[in-house]
Design a protein around this ligand. Structure first.
Ligand code: GCU
Length: 614
Protein backbone atom coordinates (compact mmCIF):
# COMPACT_ATOMS: atom_id res chain seq x y z
CA UNK A 1 0.00 0.00 0.00
CA UNK A 2 1.03 3.55 -0.60
CA UNK A 3 1.20 5.12 2.84
CA UNK A 4 2.00 8.57 1.48
CA UNK A 5 0.42 11.68 2.87
CA UNK A 6 -2.41 11.79 0.32
CA UNK A 7 -3.44 8.19 0.96
CA UNK A 8 -4.55 8.99 4.46
CA UNK A 9 -8.05 9.99 3.43
CA UNK A 10 -8.95 13.02 5.55
CA UNK A 11 -6.25 12.36 8.14
CA UNK A 12 -3.63 14.43 6.42
CA UNK A 13 -2.24 15.68 9.72
CA UNK A 14 -1.93 12.31 11.43
CA UNK A 15 1.32 11.56 9.64
CA UNK A 16 2.74 9.18 12.22
CA UNK A 17 1.83 5.49 11.92
CA UNK A 18 -1.41 4.32 13.47
CA UNK A 19 -0.78 2.75 16.89
CA UNK A 20 0.20 -0.90 17.01
CA UNK A 21 0.21 -1.73 20.66
CA UNK A 22 -2.66 0.12 22.24
CA UNK A 23 -5.39 -2.04 23.72
CA UNK A 24 -8.07 0.46 24.62
CA UNK A 25 -9.46 3.64 23.09
CA UNK A 26 -8.00 5.66 25.99
CA UNK A 27 -4.54 4.28 25.26
CA UNK A 28 -5.01 5.11 21.59
CA UNK A 29 -6.03 8.63 22.55
CA UNK A 30 -2.87 9.03 24.65
CA UNK A 31 -0.76 7.78 21.75
CA UNK A 32 -2.34 10.08 19.16
CA UNK A 33 -2.15 13.11 21.45
CA UNK A 34 1.47 12.48 22.33
CA UNK A 35 2.42 12.40 18.66
CA UNK A 36 0.28 15.36 17.77
CA UNK A 37 1.69 17.57 20.52
CA UNK A 38 5.23 16.56 19.60
CA UNK A 39 4.68 18.83 16.59
CA UNK A 40 2.34 21.44 18.12
CA UNK A 41 2.55 23.65 21.15
CA UNK A 42 0.67 22.73 24.31
CA UNK A 43 -0.40 19.39 25.63
CA UNK A 44 -3.57 17.52 26.49
CA UNK A 45 -4.60 15.85 29.69
CA UNK A 46 -6.99 12.93 29.74
CA UNK A 47 -9.53 12.37 32.55
CA UNK A 48 -11.47 9.16 32.40
CA UNK A 49 -15.08 9.61 33.51
CA UNK A 50 -16.94 6.42 32.75
CA UNK A 51 -20.33 8.07 33.19
CA UNK A 52 -19.72 10.08 30.01
CA UNK A 53 -19.66 6.86 27.94
CA UNK A 54 -18.95 7.71 24.32
CA UNK A 55 -19.37 11.38 25.12
CA UNK A 56 -16.64 13.86 26.00
CA UNK A 57 -15.98 17.39 27.19
CA UNK A 58 -13.10 19.41 25.79
CA UNK A 59 -11.72 22.37 27.67
CA UNK A 60 -8.80 24.69 27.39
CA UNK A 61 -6.53 25.19 30.39
CA UNK A 62 -3.47 27.34 31.02
CA UNK A 63 -1.19 24.48 30.13
CA UNK A 64 -3.14 23.18 27.19
CA UNK A 65 -6.30 21.08 26.94
CA UNK A 66 -8.30 18.64 29.00
CA UNK A 67 -10.38 15.82 27.57
CA UNK A 68 -12.92 14.31 29.92
CA UNK A 69 -14.85 11.33 28.69
CA UNK A 70 -15.74 7.68 29.02
CA UNK A 71 -13.31 5.13 27.62
CA UNK A 72 -14.40 5.63 24.00
CA UNK A 73 -15.40 9.25 24.54
CA UNK A 74 -11.81 10.17 25.29
CA UNK A 75 -10.70 8.87 21.94
CA UNK A 76 -13.50 10.51 19.97
CA UNK A 77 -12.78 13.72 21.87
CA UNK A 78 -9.05 13.44 21.15
CA UNK A 79 -9.71 13.20 17.42
CA UNK A 80 -12.05 16.17 17.54
CA UNK A 81 -9.43 18.17 19.45
CA UNK A 82 -6.73 17.29 16.93
CA UNK A 83 -9.08 18.21 14.08
CA UNK A 84 -10.03 21.54 15.64
CA UNK A 85 -6.41 22.47 16.32
CA UNK A 86 -5.36 21.43 12.83
CA UNK A 87 -8.07 23.55 11.24
CA UNK A 88 -7.79 26.30 13.85
CA UNK A 89 -11.45 25.98 14.61
CA UNK A 90 -13.16 26.53 17.93
CA UNK A 91 -13.50 23.58 20.28
CA UNK A 92 -17.07 22.32 20.65
CA UNK A 93 -18.48 23.72 23.88
CA UNK A 94 -19.95 21.57 26.65
CA UNK A 95 -20.68 17.87 26.74
CA UNK A 96 -20.69 16.21 23.33
CA UNK A 97 -22.77 13.06 22.94
CA UNK A 98 -23.47 11.05 19.81
CA UNK A 99 -27.06 11.42 18.61
CA UNK A 100 -27.13 7.76 17.61
CA UNK A 101 -25.71 5.30 20.14
CA UNK A 102 -25.31 2.65 17.41
CA UNK A 103 -23.45 4.01 14.37
CA UNK A 104 -22.91 1.18 11.94
CA UNK A 105 -20.92 0.78 8.79
CA UNK A 106 -22.30 -2.20 6.86
CA UNK A 107 -19.68 -3.74 4.61
CA UNK A 108 -20.94 -5.93 1.80
CA UNK A 109 -17.70 -7.89 1.65
CA UNK A 110 -17.82 -11.53 0.61
CA UNK A 111 -15.24 -14.00 1.85
CA UNK A 112 -14.21 -14.56 -1.75
CA UNK A 113 -12.76 -11.04 -1.62
CA UNK A 114 -15.45 -9.48 -3.85
CA UNK A 115 -17.43 -6.60 -2.51
CA UNK A 116 -21.08 -6.56 -3.56
CA UNK A 117 -21.73 -3.14 -5.11
CA UNK A 118 -18.14 -2.26 -4.26
CA UNK A 119 -16.51 0.43 -6.40
CA UNK A 120 -13.15 0.76 -4.66
CA UNK A 121 -11.50 -2.57 -5.34
CA UNK A 122 -11.56 -5.84 -3.48
CA UNK A 123 -12.26 -6.45 0.17
CA UNK A 124 -9.85 -4.92 2.65
CA UNK A 125 -9.95 -8.05 4.82
CA UNK A 126 -11.19 -11.11 2.91
CA UNK A 127 -9.61 -13.03 0.04
CA UNK A 128 -10.09 -16.62 -1.19
CA UNK A 129 -12.38 -17.64 1.65
CA UNK A 130 -10.06 -16.41 4.40
CA UNK A 131 -9.11 -13.32 6.31
CA UNK A 132 -6.29 -11.63 4.43
CA UNK A 133 -5.20 -8.09 5.15
CA UNK A 134 -2.47 -5.57 5.58
CA UNK A 135 -2.24 -4.97 9.32
CA UNK A 136 -1.12 -1.37 8.99
CA UNK A 137 -4.01 -0.67 6.72
CA UNK A 138 -6.60 -2.11 9.08
CA UNK A 139 -5.18 -0.03 11.90
CA UNK A 140 -5.36 3.04 9.68
CA UNK A 141 -8.95 2.09 8.90
CA UNK A 142 -9.72 1.82 12.62
CA UNK A 143 -8.26 5.26 13.01
CA UNK A 144 -10.33 6.69 10.16
CA UNK A 145 -13.53 5.27 11.68
CA UNK A 146 -12.58 6.35 15.20
CA UNK A 147 -11.74 9.84 13.96
CA UNK A 148 -15.36 10.36 12.94
CA UNK A 149 -16.86 8.32 15.76
CA UNK A 150 -18.29 5.36 13.82
CA UNK A 151 -18.52 2.64 16.48
CA UNK A 152 -19.67 -0.54 14.70
CA UNK A 153 -18.37 -2.31 11.63
CA UNK A 154 -20.41 -5.13 10.13
CA UNK A 155 -17.78 -7.22 8.47
CA UNK A 156 -19.61 -9.24 5.85
CA UNK A 157 -22.28 -8.94 3.19
CA UNK A 158 -25.95 -8.99 4.18
CA UNK A 159 -26.32 -11.55 1.40
CA UNK A 160 -24.39 -14.19 3.28
CA UNK A 161 -22.58 -16.37 0.77
CA UNK A 162 -20.58 -19.40 1.76
CA UNK A 163 -17.96 -19.81 3.09
CA UNK A 164 -18.94 -16.86 5.32
CA UNK A 165 -20.16 -19.21 8.04
CA UNK A 166 -16.54 -20.14 8.70
CA UNK A 167 -16.11 -16.79 10.39
CA UNK A 168 -18.35 -18.21 13.08
CA UNK A 169 -16.80 -21.65 13.41
CA UNK A 170 -13.32 -22.74 12.33
CA UNK A 171 -12.24 -19.15 11.59
CA UNK A 172 -13.78 -17.69 14.74
CA UNK A 173 -10.30 -17.12 16.17
CA UNK A 174 -9.43 -15.01 13.12
CA UNK A 175 -12.67 -13.08 13.50
CA UNK A 176 -11.79 -12.41 17.14
CA UNK A 177 -8.29 -11.22 16.14
CA UNK A 178 -9.86 -8.84 13.66
CA UNK A 179 -12.19 -7.50 16.36
CA UNK A 180 -9.13 -6.90 18.55
CA UNK A 181 -7.58 -4.74 15.82
CA UNK A 182 -10.52 -2.35 15.78
CA UNK A 183 -11.27 -2.33 19.52
CA UNK A 184 -8.56 0.23 20.39
CA UNK A 185 -10.31 2.67 18.03
CA UNK A 186 -13.69 2.42 19.75
CA UNK A 187 -15.07 0.25 16.94
CA UNK A 188 -16.93 -3.02 17.61
CA UNK A 189 -17.60 -5.79 15.14
CA UNK A 190 -20.99 -6.96 13.96
CA UNK A 191 -21.62 -9.97 11.73
CA UNK A 192 -24.22 -10.70 9.07
CA UNK A 193 -25.73 -14.12 9.54
CA UNK A 194 -27.74 -16.48 7.40
CA UNK A 195 -31.13 -17.36 8.85
CA UNK A 196 -30.78 -20.94 7.64
CA UNK A 197 -27.36 -21.41 9.24
CA UNK A 198 -28.52 -24.26 11.55
CA UNK A 199 -29.42 -26.26 8.43
CA UNK A 200 -25.86 -25.99 7.17
CA UNK A 201 -24.75 -27.52 10.46
CA UNK A 202 -26.90 -30.63 10.56
CA UNK A 203 -30.38 -29.52 11.64
CA UNK A 204 -33.22 -30.23 9.23
CA UNK A 205 -35.00 -26.95 9.87
CA UNK A 206 -34.40 -23.30 10.74
CA UNK A 207 -37.94 -22.81 12.05
CA UNK A 208 -37.68 -20.15 14.77
CA UNK A 209 -40.33 -21.84 16.89
CA UNK A 210 -38.53 -25.19 16.87
CA UNK A 211 -36.82 -25.71 20.23
CA UNK A 212 -33.85 -27.44 18.64
CA UNK A 213 -33.25 -24.37 16.50
CA UNK A 214 -33.54 -22.09 19.51
CA UNK A 215 -31.10 -24.24 21.51
CA UNK A 216 -28.70 -24.36 18.56
CA UNK A 217 -28.58 -20.57 18.30
CA UNK A 218 -28.25 -20.16 22.06
CA UNK A 219 -25.24 -22.48 22.08
CA UNK A 220 -23.77 -20.80 19.00
CA UNK A 221 -24.16 -17.36 20.56
CA UNK A 222 -22.39 -18.57 23.70
CA UNK A 223 -19.40 -19.77 21.68
CA UNK A 224 -19.25 -16.60 19.59
CA UNK A 225 -19.55 -14.17 22.49
CA UNK A 226 -16.98 -16.15 24.49
CA UNK A 227 -14.54 -15.48 21.65
CA UNK A 228 -15.65 -11.86 21.07
CA UNK A 229 -17.27 -10.59 24.28
CA UNK A 230 -18.00 -7.14 22.87
CA UNK A 231 -19.46 -8.28 19.55
CA UNK A 232 -22.15 -5.68 18.79
CA UNK A 233 -24.64 -8.16 17.37
CA UNK A 234 -25.98 -9.80 14.23
CA UNK A 235 -27.35 -8.23 11.06
CA UNK A 236 -29.96 -10.25 9.17
CA UNK A 237 -31.46 -10.00 5.69
CA UNK A 238 -34.33 -12.50 5.73
CA UNK A 239 -37.08 -13.34 3.24
CA UNK A 240 -35.65 -10.71 0.94
CA UNK A 241 -34.39 -11.19 -2.60
CA UNK A 242 -34.36 -14.97 -2.21
CA UNK A 243 -32.63 -15.04 1.19
CA UNK A 244 -33.97 -17.60 3.66
CA UNK A 245 -36.21 -16.43 6.49
CA UNK A 246 -39.04 -17.27 8.86
CA UNK A 247 -41.71 -17.07 6.14
CA UNK A 248 -40.57 -20.48 4.89
CA UNK A 249 -42.06 -21.91 8.09
CA UNK A 250 -45.14 -19.71 8.12
CA UNK A 251 -43.61 -17.63 10.93
CA UNK A 252 -43.67 -13.87 11.18
CA UNK A 253 -40.66 -11.60 11.07
CA UNK A 254 -41.18 -10.82 14.75
CA UNK A 255 -40.99 -14.54 15.55
CA UNK A 256 -37.87 -14.91 13.44
CA UNK A 257 -36.09 -11.85 14.83
CA UNK A 258 -37.07 -12.48 18.46
CA UNK A 259 -35.75 -16.03 18.39
CA UNK A 260 -32.30 -14.74 17.38
CA UNK A 261 -32.55 -11.75 19.70
CA UNK A 262 -33.17 -14.03 22.69
CA UNK A 263 -30.10 -16.10 21.88
CA UNK A 264 -27.85 -13.06 21.98
CA UNK A 265 -29.59 -10.98 24.66
CA UNK A 266 -27.55 -12.46 27.56
CA UNK A 267 -24.45 -10.89 26.04
CA UNK A 268 -25.93 -7.50 25.29
CA UNK A 269 -26.05 -8.28 21.56
CA UNK A 270 -28.31 -6.34 19.21
CA UNK A 271 -30.28 -8.10 16.51
CA UNK A 272 -30.49 -5.81 13.52
CA UNK A 273 -33.22 -7.02 11.16
CA UNK A 274 -33.50 -5.46 7.72
CA UNK A 275 -36.88 -4.27 6.50
CA UNK A 276 -35.86 -4.42 2.83
CA UNK A 277 -38.56 -6.96 2.01
CA UNK A 278 -40.73 -6.82 -1.11
CA UNK A 279 -41.99 -9.02 -3.92
CA UNK A 280 -39.04 -9.33 -6.28
CA UNK A 281 -41.02 -11.65 -8.55
CA UNK A 282 -43.66 -9.17 -9.60
CA UNK A 283 -45.42 -9.50 -12.94
CA UNK A 284 -45.01 -6.14 -14.70
CA UNK A 285 -48.59 -6.47 -15.96
CA UNK A 286 -49.77 -6.22 -12.36
CA UNK A 287 -50.47 -2.56 -11.62
CA UNK A 288 -51.98 -3.14 -8.18
CA UNK A 289 -48.84 -4.28 -6.43
CA UNK A 290 -46.64 -1.27 -5.71
CA UNK A 291 -43.20 -2.03 -4.35
CA UNK A 292 -42.80 1.10 -2.18
CA UNK A 293 -45.79 -0.09 -0.14
CA UNK A 294 -44.23 -3.41 0.76
CA UNK A 295 -42.26 -2.73 3.95
CA UNK A 296 -45.01 -0.71 5.63
CA UNK A 297 -47.66 -3.29 4.76
CA UNK A 298 -45.52 -6.06 6.21
CA UNK A 299 -44.13 -4.43 9.34
CA UNK A 300 -46.76 -2.01 10.64
CA UNK A 301 -48.94 -4.86 11.94
CA UNK A 302 -45.88 -6.10 13.85
CA UNK A 303 -45.23 -2.81 15.62
CA UNK A 304 -44.61 -3.54 19.30
CA UNK A 305 -44.06 -7.26 18.72
CA UNK A 306 -40.26 -7.13 18.60
CA UNK A 307 -38.03 -7.77 21.62
CA UNK A 308 -36.12 -4.85 23.11
CA UNK A 309 -32.79 -5.80 21.58
CA UNK A 310 -34.20 -5.99 18.04
CA UNK A 311 -33.58 -3.03 15.75
CA UNK A 312 -35.47 -2.84 12.48
CA UNK A 313 -33.14 -1.42 9.85
CA UNK A 314 -35.05 0.56 7.24
CA UNK A 315 -33.63 2.09 4.06
CA UNK A 316 -34.16 5.85 3.97
CA UNK A 317 -36.57 5.61 1.05
CA UNK A 318 -39.20 2.99 0.22
CA UNK A 319 -37.37 1.72 -2.88
CA UNK A 320 -33.65 1.19 -2.78
CA UNK A 321 -31.16 4.04 -2.37
CA UNK A 322 -32.41 5.85 -5.47
CA UNK A 323 -31.20 9.31 -6.40
CA UNK A 324 -34.41 10.79 -5.10
CA UNK A 325 -37.02 9.11 -2.94
CA UNK A 326 -39.39 10.36 -0.30
CA UNK A 327 -38.65 9.33 3.26
CA UNK A 328 -39.76 5.78 4.02
CA UNK A 329 -43.14 6.05 5.78
CA UNK A 330 -42.14 3.12 7.98
CA UNK A 331 -39.53 5.31 9.65
CA UNK A 332 -42.32 7.62 10.75
CA UNK A 333 -45.01 5.04 11.37
CA UNK A 334 -43.63 2.38 13.70
CA UNK A 335 -43.71 4.02 17.09
CA UNK A 336 -43.14 0.98 19.29
CA UNK A 337 -40.17 -0.59 17.57
CA UNK A 338 -36.51 0.39 17.74
CA UNK A 339 -35.44 1.42 14.25
CA UNK A 340 -32.28 2.21 12.32
CA UNK A 341 -32.19 4.34 9.20
CA UNK A 342 -29.99 2.90 6.44
CA UNK A 343 -28.01 4.92 3.88
CA UNK A 344 -25.70 3.73 1.13
CA UNK A 345 -22.28 5.33 0.90
CA UNK A 346 -21.41 2.92 -1.91
CA UNK A 347 -23.01 4.92 -4.67
CA UNK A 348 -24.72 2.03 -6.39
CA UNK A 349 -27.42 4.21 -7.92
CA UNK A 350 -25.72 7.54 -7.40
CA UNK A 351 -22.67 7.43 -9.62
CA UNK A 352 -20.71 4.42 -8.37
CA UNK A 353 -17.83 6.50 -7.02
CA UNK A 354 -17.22 7.75 -10.57
CA UNK A 355 -19.79 10.53 -10.89
CA UNK A 356 -19.65 13.03 -8.05
CA UNK A 357 -22.43 12.78 -5.52
CA UNK A 358 -21.77 14.36 -2.14
CA UNK A 359 -24.43 13.08 0.26
CA UNK A 360 -24.66 15.65 3.07
CA UNK A 361 -27.32 17.79 1.32
CA UNK A 362 -29.51 14.69 0.98
CA UNK A 363 -29.04 13.70 4.62
CA UNK A 364 -29.83 17.20 5.78
CA UNK A 365 -33.19 17.04 3.97
CA UNK A 366 -33.95 13.56 5.24
CA UNK A 367 -33.28 14.42 8.86
CA UNK A 368 -35.32 17.59 8.53
CA UNK A 369 -38.28 15.54 7.24
CA UNK A 370 -37.97 13.15 10.16
CA UNK A 371 -38.61 15.97 12.58
CA UNK A 372 -38.14 14.74 16.13
CA UNK A 373 -38.71 11.12 15.16
CA UNK A 374 -35.18 10.45 14.12
CA UNK A 375 -35.11 6.78 15.13
CA UNK A 376 -32.67 5.01 17.44
CA UNK A 377 -29.78 3.88 15.27
CA UNK A 378 -28.05 4.57 11.97
CA UNK A 379 -26.35 2.40 9.36
CA UNK A 380 -24.64 2.98 6.04
CA UNK A 381 -23.42 0.60 3.38
CA UNK A 382 -19.67 1.10 3.13
CA UNK A 383 -17.85 2.60 0.15
CA UNK A 384 -14.48 1.19 1.16
CA UNK A 385 -12.19 -1.13 -0.74
CA UNK A 386 -8.59 -2.06 -1.31
CA UNK A 387 -7.88 0.80 -3.72
CA UNK A 388 -4.97 2.88 -2.49
CA UNK A 389 -7.23 5.83 -1.85
CA UNK A 390 -9.82 3.65 -0.02
CA UNK A 391 -12.91 4.83 -1.92
CA UNK A 392 -12.13 4.67 -5.66
CA UNK A 393 -12.87 8.31 -6.26
CA UNK A 394 -10.69 10.30 -3.88
CA UNK A 395 -13.63 12.62 -3.17
CA UNK A 396 -15.94 9.70 -2.28
CA UNK A 397 -14.12 9.59 1.07
CA UNK A 398 -16.11 12.72 1.90
CA UNK A 399 -19.26 10.62 2.21
CA UNK A 400 -17.68 8.29 4.78
CA UNK A 401 -16.26 11.20 6.75
CA UNK A 402 -19.55 13.07 6.65
CA UNK A 403 -21.55 9.99 7.62
CA UNK A 404 -19.63 9.77 10.89
CA UNK A 405 -20.31 13.42 11.63
CA UNK A 406 -24.01 13.17 10.80
CA UNK A 407 -24.35 10.10 13.01
CA UNK A 408 -23.14 12.30 15.87
CA UNK A 409 -25.15 15.29 14.83
CA UNK A 410 -27.93 14.97 12.23
CA UNK A 411 -28.28 18.77 12.28
CA UNK A 412 -24.79 19.25 10.85
CA UNK A 413 -24.49 21.86 8.14
CA UNK A 414 -23.60 20.22 4.79
CA UNK A 415 -21.40 23.06 3.68
CA UNK A 416 -19.41 23.16 6.94
CA UNK A 417 -18.90 19.39 6.89
CA UNK A 418 -17.76 19.41 3.26
CA UNK A 419 -15.38 22.27 3.97
CA UNK A 420 -13.91 20.43 6.96
CA UNK A 421 -13.33 17.36 4.85
CA UNK A 422 -11.73 19.39 2.06
CA UNK A 423 -9.38 21.14 4.46
CA UNK A 424 -8.46 17.91 6.26
CA UNK A 425 -7.76 16.18 2.96
CA UNK A 426 -5.93 18.83 0.95
CA UNK A 427 -3.69 21.84 1.44
CA UNK A 428 -5.35 24.03 -1.16
CA UNK A 429 -5.31 27.83 -1.12
CA UNK A 430 -8.50 29.16 0.42
CA UNK A 431 -10.20 30.17 -2.82
CA UNK A 432 -9.50 26.73 -4.31
CA UNK A 433 -10.92 25.04 -1.21
CA UNK A 434 -14.05 27.12 -1.66
CA UNK A 435 -14.33 26.09 -5.31
CA UNK A 436 -14.00 22.45 -4.35
CA UNK A 437 -16.65 22.90 -1.65
CA UNK A 438 -19.06 24.54 -4.05
CA UNK A 439 -18.64 21.81 -6.67
CA UNK A 440 -19.24 19.11 -4.09
CA UNK A 441 -22.24 20.93 -2.67
CA UNK A 442 -23.99 21.07 -6.04
CA UNK A 443 -22.86 17.62 -7.21
CA UNK A 444 -26.01 15.85 -6.08
CA UNK A 445 -28.37 18.22 -7.81
CA UNK A 446 -26.36 17.96 -11.03
CA UNK A 447 -26.45 14.16 -10.93
CA UNK A 448 -30.14 14.24 -10.19
CA UNK A 449 -30.84 16.46 -13.19
CA UNK A 450 -29.43 14.05 -15.71
CA UNK A 451 -30.48 10.76 -14.08
CA UNK A 452 -33.70 11.16 -12.11
CA UNK A 453 -35.44 14.44 -12.63
CA UNK A 454 -38.85 14.89 -10.95
CA UNK A 455 -38.32 11.72 -8.91
CA UNK A 456 -38.36 9.49 -11.95
CA UNK A 457 -35.95 6.82 -10.83
CA UNK A 458 -35.02 3.37 -12.12
CA UNK A 459 -34.10 4.45 -15.64
CA UNK A 460 -30.68 2.86 -15.09
CA UNK A 461 -29.03 -0.09 -16.79
CA UNK A 462 -30.31 -3.29 -15.17
CA UNK A 463 -27.95 -5.21 -12.90
CA UNK A 464 -24.93 -2.90 -13.17
CA UNK A 465 -26.98 0.14 -12.19
CA UNK A 466 -24.68 2.56 -14.01
CA UNK A 467 -25.71 4.48 -17.11
CA UNK A 468 -29.09 5.14 -18.74
CA UNK A 469 -31.62 2.59 -19.89
CA UNK A 470 -35.08 4.15 -19.50
CA UNK A 471 -37.04 0.96 -20.16
CA UNK A 472 -34.40 -1.44 -18.79
CA UNK A 473 -36.43 -2.31 -15.73
CA UNK A 474 -39.85 -1.82 -17.27
CA UNK A 475 -40.72 -5.44 -18.03
CA UNK A 476 -38.79 -7.03 -15.19
CA UNK A 477 -39.88 -8.63 -11.94
CA UNK A 478 -38.41 -6.11 -9.50
CA UNK A 479 -41.37 -3.78 -9.16
CA UNK A 480 -39.52 -0.83 -10.66
CA UNK A 481 -41.68 0.74 -13.37
CA UNK A 482 -42.06 4.21 -14.86
CA UNK A 483 -44.96 3.28 -17.17
CA UNK A 484 -44.22 5.90 -19.80
CA UNK A 485 -46.49 5.97 -22.86
CA UNK A 486 -47.23 8.51 -25.54
CA UNK A 487 -49.33 10.76 -23.34
CA UNK A 488 -48.13 10.40 -19.74
CA UNK A 489 -45.44 9.09 -17.39
CA UNK A 490 -45.22 8.02 -13.75
CA UNK A 491 -47.36 6.09 -11.30
CA UNK A 492 -50.29 7.45 -9.36
CA UNK A 493 -49.47 6.55 -5.77
CA UNK A 494 -52.26 8.62 -4.21
CA UNK A 495 -55.43 7.20 -2.71
CA UNK A 496 -56.89 6.97 -6.20
CA UNK A 497 -53.89 5.03 -7.40
CA UNK A 498 -51.85 2.45 -5.52
CA UNK A 499 -52.58 4.07 -2.15
CA UNK A 500 -48.93 4.22 -1.14
CA UNK A 501 -49.36 7.85 -0.15
CA UNK A 502 -51.86 6.82 2.55
CA UNK A 503 -48.98 5.34 4.55
CA UNK A 504 -47.79 8.85 5.48
CA UNK A 505 -48.85 11.12 8.32
CA UNK A 506 -51.66 13.39 7.26
CA UNK A 507 -49.56 16.50 6.84
CA UNK A 508 -47.29 14.80 4.34
CA UNK A 509 -50.23 13.24 2.52
CA UNK A 510 -51.66 16.71 2.05
CA UNK A 511 -48.42 18.07 0.68
CA UNK A 512 -47.82 15.24 -1.76
CA UNK A 513 -51.32 14.43 -2.95
CA UNK A 514 -51.87 17.49 -5.09
CA UNK A 515 -49.46 17.74 -8.02
CA UNK A 516 -49.61 21.50 -7.62
CA UNK A 517 -48.20 21.38 -4.07
CA UNK A 518 -46.07 18.26 -4.35
CA UNK A 519 -42.39 19.29 -4.49
CA UNK A 520 -41.14 19.14 -8.08
CA UNK A 521 -38.39 16.69 -7.21
CA UNK A 522 -40.99 14.06 -6.20
CA UNK A 523 -43.69 14.89 -8.71
CA UNK A 524 -43.40 11.77 -10.84
CA UNK A 525 -42.75 9.60 -7.84
CA UNK A 526 -46.26 10.30 -6.56
CA UNK A 527 -48.14 11.13 -9.73
CA UNK A 528 -48.82 10.02 -13.24
CA UNK A 529 -48.95 13.16 -15.37
CA UNK A 530 -49.39 14.10 -19.02
CA UNK A 531 -46.46 15.64 -20.84
CA UNK A 532 -48.32 18.94 -21.18
CA UNK A 533 -48.93 19.23 -17.43
CA UNK A 534 -47.99 22.78 -16.43
CA UNK A 535 -45.42 22.95 -13.66
CA UNK A 536 -45.33 25.58 -10.91
CA UNK A 537 -42.88 27.68 -12.90
CA UNK A 538 -45.04 27.62 -16.04
CA UNK A 539 -43.01 25.12 -18.02
CA UNK A 540 -44.60 21.98 -19.38
CA UNK A 541 -43.61 18.68 -17.84
CA UNK A 542 -41.85 17.51 -20.98
CA UNK A 543 -39.98 20.79 -21.32
CA UNK A 544 -38.80 20.46 -17.72
CA UNK A 545 -37.56 16.93 -18.45
CA UNK A 546 -35.63 18.17 -21.49
CA UNK A 547 -34.30 21.24 -19.66
CA UNK A 548 -32.97 19.23 -16.73
CA UNK A 549 -31.17 16.80 -18.99
CA UNK A 550 -29.56 19.57 -20.98
CA UNK A 551 -28.67 21.48 -17.82
CA UNK A 552 -27.32 18.38 -16.06
CA UNK A 553 -24.73 17.81 -18.75
CA UNK A 554 -23.78 21.49 -19.00
CA UNK A 555 -23.37 21.73 -15.24
CA UNK A 556 -21.27 18.58 -15.14
CA UNK A 557 -18.99 20.24 -17.70
CA UNK A 558 -18.77 23.34 -15.51
CA UNK A 559 -17.85 21.22 -12.50
CA UNK A 560 -15.15 19.49 -14.54
CA UNK A 561 -13.64 22.76 -15.68
CA UNK A 562 -13.51 24.14 -12.13
CA UNK A 563 -11.93 20.95 -10.77
CA UNK A 564 -9.35 20.82 -13.55
CA UNK A 565 -7.80 24.06 -12.27
CA UNK A 566 -7.37 22.95 -8.66
CA UNK A 567 -3.86 22.20 -7.43
CA UNK A 568 -4.73 18.80 -6.06
CA UNK A 569 -1.86 16.49 -5.18
CA UNK A 570 -1.13 13.49 -7.37
CA UNK A 571 -2.38 10.84 -7.75
CA UNK A 572 -5.69 12.30 -6.56
CA UNK A 573 -5.72 14.82 -9.37
CA UNK A 574 -5.20 12.20 -12.03
CA UNK A 575 -7.77 9.86 -10.49
CA UNK A 576 -10.28 12.69 -10.22
CA UNK A 577 -9.73 13.83 -13.81
CA UNK A 578 -10.15 10.32 -15.19
CA UNK A 579 -13.40 9.92 -13.30
CA UNK A 580 -14.64 13.35 -14.31
CA UNK A 581 -14.13 12.41 -17.93
CA UNK A 582 -16.16 9.26 -17.38
CA UNK A 583 -18.83 11.31 -15.63
CA UNK A 584 -19.10 13.63 -18.63
CA UNK A 585 -19.50 10.71 -21.01
CA UNK A 586 -22.15 9.29 -18.71
CA UNK A 587 -24.02 12.60 -18.38
CA UNK A 588 -24.06 13.03 -22.14
CA UNK A 589 -25.47 9.56 -22.64
CA UNK A 590 -28.13 10.20 -20.02
CA UNK A 591 -29.07 13.50 -21.62
CA UNK A 592 -29.44 12.15 -25.11
CA UNK A 593 -30.95 8.76 -24.33
CA UNK A 594 -33.59 10.02 -21.92
CA UNK A 595 -34.51 13.02 -24.07
CA UNK A 596 -34.80 10.83 -27.16
CA UNK A 597 -36.78 8.24 -25.23
CA UNK A 598 -39.46 10.77 -24.28
CA UNK A 599 -39.36 12.61 -27.59
CA UNK A 600 -40.10 9.37 -29.45
CA UNK A 601 -43.15 8.82 -27.25
CA UNK A 602 -44.64 12.29 -27.26
CA UNK A 603 -43.21 13.93 -30.37
CA UNK A 604 -42.91 17.32 -28.67
CA UNK A 605 -39.78 19.19 -29.79
CA UNK A 606 -37.58 21.17 -27.41
CA UNK A 607 -38.87 24.75 -27.17
CA UNK A 608 -35.36 26.07 -27.38
CA UNK A 609 -34.46 24.06 -30.44
CA UNK A 610 -31.61 22.10 -28.90
CA UNK A 611 -30.71 18.80 -30.46
CA UNK A 612 -32.80 15.85 -29.49
CA UNK A 613 -31.85 12.88 -31.61
CA UNK A 614 -34.90 11.46 -33.34
C1 GCU B 1 -29.80 -3.52 -3.66
C2 GCU B 1 -28.55 -4.07 -4.27
C3 GCU B 1 -28.27 -5.46 -3.85
C4 GCU B 1 -28.39 -5.61 -2.34
C5 GCU B 1 -29.70 -5.07 -1.85
C6 GCU B 1 -29.81 -5.02 -0.34
O1 GCU B 1 -30.91 -4.08 -4.27
O2 GCU B 1 -28.62 -3.99 -5.67
O3 GCU B 1 -26.97 -5.79 -4.30
O4 GCU B 1 -28.25 -6.93 -1.98
O5 GCU B 1 -29.86 -3.76 -2.29
O6 GCU B 1 -29.81 -3.92 0.20
O7 GCU B 1 -29.90 -6.04 0.31
Amino acid sequence: MNDGQNRRAWLKDLIWPAPENTKTPAETAAYELEHFFAGHSGKAEICLEEALGEGYILSQTEMGYTIRGGEAGILFGAYVLIRALTLQEELPAGEQKPYYPLRMLNCWDNMSGDVERGYAGRSLWFEEGKFSYDLGRIRQLGRMLGSVGINTLCLNNVNVHQPAQHMLDDLLGDTARFAALLRPFGVKLMLSIDFSYPMQCGLDTADPLDERVQAWWAEKAKIIWTAIPDLAGFLVKADSEHRPGPNTYGRSHAEGANMLARAIAPYGGKLVWRAFVYNCMQDWRDTKTDRPRAAYDLYMPLDGAFDDNVILQIKHGPFDFQVREPLSPLLLGMKNTAKAIEFQLAQEYTGQQIDLYAMPPMWKEIFAQMGKERVQAIAAVSNLGRDDNWTGHPFAALNLFAYGLYAWNPDSDPEAVIRQWARLSYDLPKEQTEKLVSVLLRSRSVYEKYTATLGLCWMITPNTHYGPNPYGYEFQAWGTYIRADRSAVGIDRTEKGTGYLCQYPEKMQKLYQDPHTCPDELLLFFHRLPYDFIMKDGRSLIQRIYDDHFAGYEEAKEMASILKDLDLPEPDREEMLARMEAQLRNAREWRDIVNTFFYRFCGVPDERGRTIYP
